[in-house]
Design a protein around this ligand. Structure first.
Ligand SMILES: [Zn+2]
Ligand SMILES: [Zn+2]
Length: 299
């Protein structure tokens, strides 16, 4: 099983790789620039080289980048859409420069438009953003959502439609978030519900196209359509729910990345350890995670 977390690029972009290694990850996710502003500062070629060297040295794979939260490729507003396409194009360029394997994006939302129209807009925006770029092994992953407001991607079928629309031109796949799925109404917290969810996922998207699982427990109730992440085992999906998820024969070969909150120093290392413990990998965890939780977050 491959486990990782979303790590910070504060100070220097390669710090994400250093921290992932330090807390015993096999893989990790990060932003490639400030995730909440439009004025992203691109890493220099030297930054990219240091990042690539760190990632190679630690053998961390895959490297996943999550795009900026402001990007809305499905927007019905021309101004927001144009801005989003330009920002996503820079996301693609940064991801290629850093040698990332995957760029995860939320499909977006369109007030006043039907889901079918919003899906069409999202596909067009993706193709426009990537037009003429050499993606060099980078695959774009569409993440499913909790279905808050008019967000698209609430169902696996909607994610599949976006992938199908864009994959003629672009390398595409899916990122499935356990909390979003649960909040959207997929009962993966029960044994029968997980069986059914995996079957639906395979039928709609195809498990081969699911390249990353965001492993998050949920603070909010089943079907709430409200996205609040919780520590593994401490939320509504729970310990038994996650034990079944990480041990599922069709899921356990997919990299798991936790986007769980850091309420106290060391929460990220504790979530990684919890994932390994639930998968029955305690011995490996002890060997890989040589540092104590306190030291891991001292800087
Ligand atoms: Zn996620
Ligand atoms: Zn989320």
């Amino acid at each position: 099983m491959k486990v990782g977390v979303h790590t910070s690029i504060a100070g220097a972009i390669e710090n994400a790789a250093h921290h992932a290694k330090k807390i015993g990850c096999d893989t990790f996710q990060m932003f490639s620039a400030n995730p909440r502003g439009w004025r992203a500062i691109d890493p220099t070629p030297e930054d990219c080289e240091r990042f690539r060297a760190a990632r190679r040295k630690y053998d961390l794979s895959p490297v996943v980048i999550h795009d900026n939260y402001l990007i809305n490729l499905a927007s019905a507003d021309t101004f927001i859409r144009e801005r989003s396409i330009a920002a996503f194009r820079r996301e693609l360029k940064r991801a290629v420069a850093l040698g990332a394997d995957y760029l995860v994006t939320h499909p977006g939302s369109a007030k006043g438009a039907s889901p079918a129209q919003a899906i069409g807009t999202c596909v067009k925006s993706l193709c426009q953003a990537a037009s003429g770029l050499k993606l060099d092994g980078l695959t774009i992953l569409i993440e499913n959502t909790a279905g808050q407001g008019s967000a698209i991607g609430r169902t696996f079928e909607e994610v599949a439609e976006i992938i199908a629309g864009a994959e003629k031109d672009l390398p595409m796949g899916a990122c499935i978030d356990t909390a979003h799925s649960f909040e959207a109404g997929y009962a993966l917290h029960t044994a029968a519900g997980l069986r059914d969810t995996v079957k639906q996922l395979d039928a709609a998207i195809g498990l081969k196209k699911v390249r990353v699982v965001h492993a998050n427990d949920s603070k909010t109730a089943f079907g709430s359509h409200a996205d609040r992440h919780e520590h593994i085992g401490k939320g509504q999906i729970g310990v038994e729910g996650f034990r079944r998820i990480v041990r599922h024969p069709k899921l356990r070969s997919i990299p798991f990345i936790c986007e769980t909150p850091i309420d106290r120093p060391g929460d990220d290392i504790r979530n990684v350890r919890m994932m390994r413990k639930l998968a029955g990998e305690t011995a490996i965890s002890a060997r890989r995670s040589a540092v104590s939780p306190r030291r891991a977050t001292a800087n």
